[in-house]
Ligand binder design. Structure first.
Ligand code: NI
Length: 435
């Protein structure tokens, strides 16, 4: 079979602060890691702008992808004797784990919002297109890249394999929670993964948790809840995201208006034009390239673009206030006042509303979320929120956060009309030393 000569002469190990070591014994995995497309993930941060809040959060999607692979490798070890995966299915698990984020681009969340691209589409194109990754996966069998892609896309027929990569308890989440906890230094995200791996059981087409592991899973669910609100949705991080969106938006608007850039942003023009972007153009883009343009643009003639870029580079972020979404008229009024004060609200006033559903039971007709089931001593299954009061308390409860972002330093500028600024201040209910 294709795997007979797959073993490396010597096992490769990556030192990893979260899992201690990441073990690679197969040539297939080693070769995938060494492709240009996978190495590119070193230049894309896992947490986008979180480094502006938590300075340690500089870890990359490369780290995380290796981590998900390692967790999957260990799950497969634990499952030995409990389930018969074919050789090909094991490779499918490992390759999908390693490659699940390969389509992410620079600052994905902000970038995708402005340019209407989706990392899922790029993942598909990277796995199925003319790439090193596709060539290596095809060594397994001509249909193998397609299968890997289907697992990542959650359409693969074997739902157990899909659920190991994406469900409410999967290798991806376990890695990012632990990794983001480690690199941010925020300890809310810690949980006992070793324990969870020991109590995970394959059961028909999904994974269940042996009832003795309920408290470890409770802890995992709470970690996720805490991490969303304390780290992922941190308003300072969100402020960085707002700024990114405004930069991309301004750069594109200028391009479309025929603005003459001092240095043509060749890497980004295909996205400004929103035509079919060649795969190679996408792969040439990473955060080092984007930051390079921000440096360039901070010297541009356009005062808005240069100011926004200078803000990002030097961390002069927008401030924020809580803002109820029903206050639409006041928001319009605020925009008018911003204009009056000589501040363009299209680029300097932004509403941001992250939301999260920490855990949910199955709800027919809605986006399918497979609940977590406990495997009881008598062999029956019990849904987690039925058994756990803690999980029940947050189950199905979506939480929102609405904030309005704006540059306080602009309002504090003494050259602005004090009357207008006072009205703005009243609406924002924002107090600062100088206002
Ligand atoms: Ni991931």
């Amino acid at each position: 079979m294709y795997l007979t000569d797959d073993q490396l002469d010597e096992e490769k190990v990556f030192k990893d602060p979260v899992h201690r070591y990441i073990h690679v014994r197969s040539r297939l995995i080693w070769d995938l890691i060494n492709t240009r497309e996978f190495q590119r993930l070193r230049r894309i941060r896992q947490l986008g702008t979180s480094f502006l809040t938590f300075h340690g959060a500089e870890h990359s999607r490369f780290n995380h992808s290796l981590g998900v692979y390692e967790i999957m490798r260990r799950i497969l070890e634990k499952f030995e004797g409990r389930i018969e995966f074919s050789e090909e299915e094991k490779w499918l698990c490992l390759c999908a784990a390693l490659l699940h984020d390969v389509g992410h681009g620079p600052f994905s969340h902000s970038f995708e919002k402005v340019f209407h691209t989706h990392h899922e589409d790029w993942t598909r194109r990277i796995i199925l297109g003319d790439t090193g990754i596709n060539q290596i996966l095809s060594r397994v069998s001509p249909s193998f890249p397609d299968k890997v892609e289907k697992v990542i896309e959650k359409t693969y027929e074997n739902k157990l394999i899909v659920s190991l990569i994406s469900s409410q308890i999967d290798a991806d989440r376990m890695d990012y929670l632990l990794r983001d906890t480690y690199y941010t230094g925020a300890h809310y995200g810690d949980f006992d993964m070793e324990r969870i791996l020991r109590v995970m059981r394959p059961y028909k087409d999904h994974v269940v948790i042996k009832y003795t592991g309920m408290h470890a899973v409770e802890d995992y669910i709470m970690s996720r809840y805490q991490m969303y609100w304390q780290v992922y949705f941190h308003p300072v991080t969100r402020s960085g995201d707002v700024l990114l969106r405004k930069i991309f938006q301004r750069a594109r608007d200028l391009y479309r208006q025929g603005y003459q850039y001092q240095r043509e942003p060749v890497h980004l023009i295909p996205f400004f034009e929103e035509t079919e972007v060649p795969l190679q153009d996408y792969l040439n883009l990473d955060e080092s390239v984007v930051i390079f343009y921000f440096h360039e643009w901070s010297q541009e003639q356009d005062p808005i673009l240069s100011d926004l870029c200078d803000r990002f580079i030097n961390r002069r972020l927008f401030k924020y206030v809580e803002w109820d979404r029903s206050r639409r008229e006041e928001l319009d009024q605020l925009k008018r006042l911003f204009r009056e004060a000589g501040i363009d609200p299209d680029y300097y006033l932004e509403m941001d509303s992250p939301s999260d559903l920490p855990y949910d039971v199955y709800r027919p007709g809605q986006e399918e979320r497979t609940p977590i089931f406990l495997l009881m001593a008598d062999g029956s299954l019990e849904e987690l929120s039925q058994a756990s009061e803690i999980v029940d308390a947050i189950s199905g409860k979506e939480r929102y956060d609405h904030k309005l972002y704006f540059p306080l330093d602009f309002l504090e500028d003494p050259s602005r009309n004090p009357g207008t600024v006072q009205e703005i201040q009243k609406l924002l209910k924002y107090r600062s030393r100088n206002l």
